[in-house]
Design a protein around this ligand. Structure first.
Ligand SMILES: Nc1ncnc2c1ncn2[C@@H]1O[C@H](COP(=O)(O)OP(=O)(O)OP(=O)(O)O)[C@@H](O)[C@H]1O
Ligand SMILES: [Mg+2]
Length: 236
């Protein structure tokens, strides 16, 4: 197996903050691995995901994602890598409120030629694939046409999930993707998620506080065990 994500001596401090949020000496996740990351609220999980997705840059250290040295790429190169190869379910969903559900999903392919190409190879149009994913996640045809702002929180979360999965990105990052779902929709989502990961050998990095989900993952990372900032803070 080759590495999907490698961090070496990564530190990150938010602008204006007095202390580092992250100080991770080493972390490696292999391609095709499905990893659960958990830790207390505010410990820095979403911050770490934003670095791995190339949204923010480490203050120090080396970060490689999908064989790309993120720390050596410029913002445009990182944006391109994310658009094509990283499906990100944000904790706050980040949907466009005045676009329909299905248009929000299809947006994942707009600046992502590699994702579009993978759908073409399966003989699917972007709109067909977007609608099919939403249907599997339990949104009716009528609901798929509603603006994102007209949907319930759980429906919006499923739109965000479909957008992340569309076009089979090599890495799927899911930040509390089931927090607003009832058990039936959560089970349906987990099934679709693992099916997509298996079919495409995608790597999955999944953050959750839901202890019942741990059984689905071969590897569980305790955030406080990889982040030196946490260990120090406990002894202050
Ligand atoms: N955009 C930001 N600007 C400045 N500081 C931030 C920003 N986002 C997060 N932080 C700070 O970074 C720390 C870690 O936040 P983060 O959102 O990564 O935690 P988390 O582990 O994801 O928590 P939760 O489980 O509640 O989602 C917090 O102290 C927070 O105040
Ligand atoms: Mg978070």
């Amino acid at each position: 197996m080759s590495a999907c994500i490698t961090l070496e001596h990564v530190r990150f401090r938010w602008p204006g903050a007095q202390h580092h949020t992250l100080d991770i000496p080493q972390l490696s996740i292999q391609r095709g691995e499905q990893v659960l990351l958990r830790g207390p609220s505010g410990c820095g999980k979403s911050t770490l995901l934003s670095l791995i997705a190339g949204i923010h840059c480490p203050t120090e250290g080396q970060l490689q994602v999908l064989n790309q040295p993120l720390t050596a790429l410029n913002q445009r190169q990182r944006d391109r890598l994310r658009a094509n190869e990283i499906g990100y379910i944000f904790q706050q969903f980040n949907l466009l409120p005045y676009l329909s559900a299905v248009a929000n999903v299809a947006l994942a392919c707009q600046f992502a030629p590699a994702r579009r190409q993978r759908l073409q190879q399966q003989g699917l149009s972007v709109d067909q694939a977007s609608a099919a994913l939403l249907t599997r996640l339990g949104l009716s045809t009528a609901e798929q046409q509603l603006h994102a702002q007209q949907l319930s929180v759980g429906q919006q979360q499923r739109v965000a999930a479909a957008r992340a999965l569309l076009g089979a990105p090599a890495l799927i990052i899911a930040d509390e993707p089931t927090s607003a779902l009832d058990q039936a929709h959560r089970d349906a989502f987990i099934e679709v998620l693992f099916e997509q990961c298996a079919a495409q050998q995608s790597t999955l990095l999944f953050v959750t506080h839901d202890a019942t989900l741990a059984k689905h993952f071969a590897r569980v990372i305790e955030f406080t065990a990889i982040n030196a900032v946490q260990r120090e803070a406990k002894h202050v």
